[in-house]
Ligand binder design. Structure first.
Ligand code: SF4
Length: 220
């Protein structure tokens, strides 16, 4: 729980209500809190506007904004939420308010500092991202059974890389694992065929929000 004497603040890029486009929660109405800043620069990044734009908000102000929606599912996303010091306190506050809290994280930051009741959706970066050397593999040992893992796949090299990591670490034994095609670069049907040919216990993740709305739209 946050210390009552301390006013915690995070830099917020946007707060919006939309349909969850990814993970096993895809299709569910969800409140998104997008935090500013990211320590990575993935080649395919579609949220570059979140690198620098944002305003400081007290956690209580975020709570007030969220309460306006008739929705119990909140996702903390970015950017990379865990580069902000008060993100664990934000998550604790939302859990204390009995929200189901999802955290999208790029896999380069220590997730062991996050409340275990928060559902982490953790990326493992593949070579075409240009950032696979930032993967913090120690995190795998700190994933709970409700947490999910996502590999964004841009080509066959990424696919082989992801497959090897899944097999070496037995990732599908405990966690739901998604392979997600890079939008506009990797055809979903090709990735689907690879998964089926290899009979992998992997779920194909399609970014629903990019199908429903303009793929370049913000706040959806
Ligand atoms: S981790 Fe996410 S927000 Fe950061 S650069 Fe990569 S895709 Fe963009």
């Amino acid at each position: 729980m946050p210390d009552k004497k301390t006013v915690y603040q995070v830099i917020v890029n946007e707060i919006f209500y939309s349909i969850q486009g990814e993970s096993s929660y895809a299709g569910s109405p969800c409140i998104f809190v997008r935090l500013t800043g990211c320590n990575l620069r993935c080649t395919y990044c579609d949220t570059r506007y979140a690198f620098h734009e944002g305003i400081g908000m007290n956690l209580s102000d975020i709570r007030d904004r969220i309460r306006k929606y008739n929705c119990r599912l909140v996702e903390i996303t970015g950017g990379e939420p865990l580069i902000q010091k008060a993100t664990p306190q934000l998550i604790d506050m939302l859990l204390a308010d009995r929200y189901t809290v999802l955290l999208e994280t790029n896999g380069s930051q220590d997730i062991s500092i996050v409340n275990k009741d928060c559902i982490k959706i953790m990326d493992i970066k593949c070579p075409s991202s240009g950032e696979e050397h930032k993967n913090y593999f120690y995190n795998i040992g700190h994933l709970g059974e409700k947490d999910e893992i996502k590999f964004v796949i841009g080509n066959r090299t990424d696919y082989e890389y992801a497959k090897a990591i899944v097999e070496t670490n037995g990732l599908t034994e405990k966690n739901t694992v998604f392979f997600s095609p890079v939008f506009g670069i990797m055809k979903p049907e090709i990735l689907a065929k690879w998964i089926l040919n290899d009979q992998l216990e992997i779920r194909l993740n399609i970014q629903l929000h990019k199908i429903i709305w303009n793929p370049n739209a913000r706040g959806v």
